[in-house]
Design a protein around this ligand. Structure first.
Ligand SMILES: [Cu+2]
Length: 151
């Protein structure tokens, strides 16, 4: 009987932990989640100042989608990609070599590459091509900190 009781209380503890985990990791979304096209009508290309652009976007919320639009490369056009740089220090240095690859050169066509901002955290995006040049000289980089929308 004693063993049964402790078994029961342990299962409540585990259930509680599972619920805590779920609450902390669940993607908090709001009804009006938006598609935010990176660069607006400019899309994702070399030489546009995305750090400047993001300051004009205003607050971004958890659940919003970033949409990267760029054409597939041709013999006379540049290839681009989307990478997520892990932290601010690496972002400042455009350390794209060790970044997380999110989308390749052909994934920005059509409706574009969609990336959902699922958490409250700093996200750093860049183009990973051109041996860091697209990130540095080409200014294809920006940071973003979505917050949970309340009310
Ligand atoms: Cu590029």
């Amino acid at each position: 009987m004693e063993a049964f009781k402790s078994y029961r209380s342990w299962s409540f503890v585990s259930l509680f932990i599972v619920i805590l985990f779920w609450v902390s990791t669940v993607h908090v979304e709001y009804a009006g989640a938006r598609n935010i096209t990176v660069g607006g009508n400019n899309g994702w290309h070399y030489g546009y100042n995305y750090s400047d652009w993001i300051t004009k976007v205003g607050q971004v919320y958890v659940g919003d989608w970033l949409v990267f639009k760029y054409p597939a490369p041709t013999s006379n056009s540049m290839a681009h990609s989307v990478v997520q740089i892990q932290n601010k220090a690496r972002f400042k240095k455009c350390n794209v070599g060790a970044a997380i690859k999110l989308a390749g050169p052909t994934q920005g066509t059509g409706n574009g590459f969609h990336f959902r901002l699922k958490r409250v955290r700093h996200y750093f995006f860049a183009c990973g091509l051109g041996n860091t040049r697209h990130c540095t000289v080409g200014q294809m980089r920006f940071g973003i900190l979505p917050v949970v929308k309340t009310g």
